[in-house]
Write a protein that binds this ligand. Structure first.
Ligand SMILES: *[C@@H]1O[C@H](CO)[C@@H](O)[C@H](O)[C@H]1NC(C)=O
Ligand SMILES: *[C@@H]1O[C@H](CO)[C@@H](O)[C@H](O)[C@H]1NC(C)=O
Ligand SMILES: *[C@@H]1O[C@H](CO)[C@@H](O)[C@H](O)[C@H]1NC(C)=O
Ligand SMILES: *[C@@H]1O[C@H](CO)[C@@H](O)[C@H](O)[C@H]1NC(C)=O
Ligand SMILES: *[C@@H]1O[C@H](CO)[C@@H](O)[C@H](O)[C@H]1NC(C)=O
Ligand SMILES: *[C@@H]1O[C@H](CO)[C@@H](O)[C@H](O)[C@H]1NC(C)=O
Length: 211
């Protein structure tokens, strides 16, 4: 039996491939993973925390933006040890209510899980939220990333066919998502692996990236 790995959930290129569509109808977001950058900590109640709180409030209060993306910064315009930059990205196919709930949950969870970290990121099925004292806007950061491994297996005889369909789907997604003129840089694919099995895939970039 062959077990395939989901592509990495990158900071900026957010790819999820699903063998079957996950239907999530609840507004409680589904936590996936988080990462605390332990190398850089801030002092409780200091300037960094004040700026971080400003950024997080700006993000949560702007989480109903139609494009499901917002970036905010506080403390100045040039990267500095006390300048905080933050952003969120909601999955392109969730509505504003789901997006808002996800960003609010992400903010709370990240502050709880990484309480004194200057930089942190959290992923849900529905959104991602991150902040840092380094410049994070309009840049690609491939680290950290996470792999989510499916428990579904592909039959041995279908492996080659599956991999070929998967490779095509990923290339097509990258092109469609990056060139999308919807303002979201979001795309989905539905491909036939066998007559009875489909490959559903989804790709998304933060809209602050160039094509
Ligand atoms: C938003 O999507 C959720 C999940 O699909 C759904 O339960 C909810 O009714 C939707 N809300 C609106 C305002 O469309
Ligand atoms: C960061 O520190 C937290 C709390 O001490 C720990 O649970 C976590 O594994 C560390 N994360 C990394 C990426 O080292
Ligand atoms: C920071 O402020 C909170 C709330 O005012 C307080 O409970 C906490 O003790 C303070 N921490 C430090 C290290 O000053
Ligand atoms: C929403 O974002 C804009 C632009 O970043 C910012 O000026 C504004 O203060 C934010 N809204 C709130 C209510 O914080
Ligand atoms: C958002 O990011 C863009 C770069 O893509 C930057 O020019 C802009 O100043 C940022 N907005 C805020 C509020 O930091
Ligand atoms: C971010 O903060 C760390 C730790 O305080 C510092 O070493 C680093 O230089 C800061 N980054 C920038 C761009 O100022």
């Amino acid at each position: 039996m062959y077990s395939f790995k989901f592509p990495r959930l990158l900071l900026c290129l957010w790819l999820i491939t699903l063998l079957s569509l996950i239907s999530s109808t609840e507004s409680a977001p589904t936590y996936s993973a988080h990462y605390c950058f332990n190398t850089t900590l801030f002092t409780a109640n200091g300037t960094y925390q004040t700026n971080l709180n400003l950024v997080l409030s700006s993000l949560t209060s702007n989480s109903t933006d139609n494009n499901g993306f917002h970036n905010a910064s506080a403390g100045g315009n040039t990267p500095d040890e006390n300048v905080v930059s933050g952003l969120f990205l909601c999955r392109g196919d969730v509505n504003t209510t789901v997006c808002q709930d996800c960003v609010a949950a992400a903010k709370q969870e990240l502050l709880r899980r990484c309480p004194l970290n200057k930089a942190a990121i959290i992923w849900y099925d529905e959104c991602l939220l991150r902040y840092s004292n380094e410049s994070i806007f309009a840049t690609i950061n491939e680290v950290p990333g996470i792999d989510l491994v499916s428990t579904d297996n592909i039959a041995e005889a279908e492996t080659d066919r599956f991999n070929a369909v998967l490779a095509n789907a990923m290339n097509s997604l990258a092109t469609k998502a990056s060139n999308s003129d919807s303002g979201k840089k979001f795309a989905t694919e539905e491909d036939e692996v066998t007559s009875s099995k489909k490959l559903y895939s989804l790709g998304q970039c933060t809209p602050d990236l160039t094509v």
